[in-house]
Design a protein around this ligand. Structure first.
Ligand code: PLP
Length: 402
């Protein structure tokens, strides 16, 4: 066997975390607060069937759906993004500055292709989304962590680290962050946008949870404060439409988007046509507002049940994030509880069988930070199962109390 490429060594750690996460999802007896998938009730199956029946004819969009398409993505889907998703959120965009990609995750890949040389520094939140770090590792970037608090990434530390490391990119998940559920404050969004131009660094704003806000006030994206084009906005249809359709998009200035078109062409020519058409029609036929309300109502109820259960079943001294949207909360247990050990016991103990994601793996710095933390995803678990699962988890944790 020839030698594997060096980059596979650096990818291993984050790949292992992801495998553990997905590995536990297929056990039917397990109550899983692990994955970040949307609820199955939030997938618009009937509407999609109706749309597909209609479009898959020669006289409608059947040929277009099965034929090659353009690298930028479907024009009507890009228009939906500009008019229905970005415009109302305070981002003025031109259809020509949007590219449709294969799931939001492809944004990280394409951005690295066009900007990252081995050894370049990317500043990331501490903790951050593991799959993005896996991509950054694949490009042999050096991820340096910036601390967070309840208002998101600490901008004083960010500025200090920009000066110290001269990074190529800052990666930030500003709204209902994965893994913490925290939201970056308005003040900090403005500051980060400014730092982009002041220090000539790309701000990669990855915002797939923004559109599922079910309480609190809207906050404008970082991109809304970008005057120099240093902010690149990535988003996804996974949480508001369907993750299996693998649809996402990037908004970037002229210079960057041209390079992204080149990288996308070289990677996979374009995103699959059928999901793009179905998604565009879903919005154009006016299904989104009602669907959006339905998913927000669903997740709000689950969030509320989860918050009550954390207070009721987890030990005194536990800290939690109250998210105004998205699918996650972040729980900090008393220091002496190691959540990696707790997770293996919780999954394997037949009296418990509850999964979550242990905190440690989300810290790019990897020095044991977050070992008493866990990400709890409440989005895809029914309120009844949330209560059962949290009661069992609480009991297991109680047995560890010193
Ligand atoms: C922060 C963040 N970015 C990007 C993605 C990627 O989403 P997609 O399924 O569209 O690739 C996710 C998915 O969980 C995410 O949590």
């Amino acid at each position: 066997m020839p030698e594997f490429a060096k980059r596979m060594e650096t990818m291993k750690k984050s790949a292992d975390v992801i495998r553990t996460l997905f590995g536990s999802m297929n056990d039917p007896d397990l109550i899983s607060f692990g994955g970040g998938a949307p609820a199955k009730e939030a997938l618009p199956i009937d509407t999609v069937r109706e749309i597909i029946n209609d479009i898959m004819r020669k006289e409608t969009r059947g040929v277009e759906a099965l034929q090659y398409g353009g690298v930028k993505g479907l024009e009507d889907l890009r228009k939906v993004i500009v008019d229905e998703l970005l415009g109302p959120k305070g981002v003025k965009a031109n259809v020509e500055n949007i590219i449709i990609i294969n799931g939001g995750l492809e944004a990280m890949n394409l951005l690295c292709q066009i900007f990252i040389e081995p050894g370049d520094v990317i500043l990331v939140e501490s903790p951050t989304f593991v799959q993005s770090v896996e991509i950054f590792d694949m490009f042999q970037a050096k991820c340096v962590s910036v601390d967070m608090d309840d208002d998101g990434m600490n901008t004083e530390e960010l500025e200090m680290k920009i000066k110290k490391y001269n990074p190529k990119m800052v990666y930030v998940i500003p709204t209902f962050q994965n893994p913490t559920g925290r939201t970056l404050s308005l003040e900090r969004r403005k500051k980060i946008a400014l730092m982009g131009s002041e220090y000539d660094v790309i701000i990669l704003e990855d915002d797939p949870y923004r559109d599922i806000r079910y309480s609190g006030e809207e906050i404008l994206p970082i991109k809304a404060f970008d005057e120099s084009g240093h902010v690149v906005l990535a988003n996804s249809f996974s949480k508001i439409f369907s993750p299996g359709s693998r649809l996402g998009y990037i908004l970037a200035n002229d210079e960057i988007i041209e390079k992204l078109f080149d990288a996308k062409t070289a990677t996979n020519s374009h995103t699959s046509m059928l999901p793009q058409i179905v998604c565009a029609e879903f919005f154009k036929r006016g299904y989104y507002p009602e669907h959006h309300k339905m998913i927000c109502d669903l997740y709000r109820e689950r969030r509320d049940v989860m918050m009550t259960c954390i207070d009721e079943f987890l030990p005194e001294g536990t800290k939690k994030v109250f998210p105004d949207g998205g699918l996650f909360t972040w729980v900090e247990l008393p220091d002496y509880i190691n959540t990696t050990d707790l997770l293996s016991e919780s999954i394997s103990n037949s009296e418990v069988k509850v999964a979550f994601v242990a905190g440690e793996g989300f810290f790019a710095e990897g020095n044991g930070k977050g070992s008493n933390c866990m990400r709890i995803s409440f989005g895809s678990v029914t309120p009844e199962k949330i209560k059962i699962g949290m009661a069992k988890l609480g009991k297991l944790i109680e047995s560890k109390i010193k």
